[in-house]
Design a protein around this ligand. Sequence first.
Ligand code: PLP
Length: 395
Amino acid sequence: MGNKTIYLDHAATTYVKPEVFDAMKPYFCEYFGNASSIYSIGRESKKAVEEAREKVAKAIGAQPREIYFTGSGSEADNWALKGIAAAYKKKGNHIITSVIEHPAILNTCKYLEGEGFEITYLPVDEDGLVSLEDVRNSIKDSTILISIMFANNEIGTIQPIQEIGAIAREKGVLFHTDAVQAVGNIPIDVEKLNVDLLSLSGHKFYGPKGIGALYIKKGVKIASLIHGGQQERGKRASTENIPNIVGLGKAIELATENMEKYNKKLIDLREKTIEGLMAKVPYIKLNGHRTQRLPGNVNFSFQFIEGESLLLMLDMKGICGSSGSACSSGSLDPSHVLLAIGLSHEIAHGSLRLSFGDENTEEDVEFILEEIPKIVSRLRDMSPLYEAVKNKQKV
Ligand SMILES: *Cc1c(COP(=O)(O)O)cnc(C)c1O
């Protein structure tokens, strides 16, 4: 007891920043009006929603009318895929994605396969990158959509989004990107990147959970996922979640203002951690691209140990990390992302993701660089496989 908590799981979720919470507060008890109502507290709500929409649009280089609020990042992903599939099914039934997408994309693709759509799952190389040649070669007459994530939630690899977008545009195919890990962490301009649809989520950049948005480029047709009233210009029904929308707007505004400073800090913490662990711990492998990766992402595989045991021992020291992703750690299957970059089941099981955030410090890094090597060697001392390797070396 008495340990300070060092939270290193910002890729799973973040805390809500006090400024964000303060901005949200008046919209619970005071300005609770329905944004569709005529009276003044309703107008206050409507105004707050439109101001938040402008902030989201500005952060990604879009027009406010191209931003649609959703109940989460997962909903934005579902809407992009199912909505485009339904709206363009007369044109074709083929969708291209990658094997390392978030389950919100992969399981939606599985669903669409059951509805008669054909999905191509592009492989990735050992760094987690899709090949532009593969993207180009897999496009056919029936292709209606390419959906490739901006940055991977487990290994942090950032895809060549602008280049993929350029290929899609040249071929007349729509391009969606799940940018849930990227927004708020790296600069994004949908116009420059040739993106037609983009998903984002508030709780990955110090906003509240249960709010996301889908950018839909002007002119792109999309079927609705939620039918009902005329909210979100008739495209996404349900009474607006005003506090969460306001929180999303505030969070994205703060993230954009502080991007440069924040990036530099995270990269510094990431690099110190990567270099420190490589120097101190033998038999480890860095997963994901060495440089083309999210500023705060570190992902290592440790030979001869179980990721789950490592996490439990880290937890005893107050360190919160993740093995693979939050979404897969409920199951015993190794991460589909780690398998896709070529790791064996055994190595994939001994993986650790640390994702840095705003409140982390150099002292946090020093502490984990003390603790992780100790924990790893303690766990390895219990491993018969490691024993065998050590004995071989002595000879
Ligand atoms: C977290 C995450 C999602 C899901 O967002 P929610 O708002 O939690 O539904 C989708 N894609 C990626 C890449 C994510 O990291």
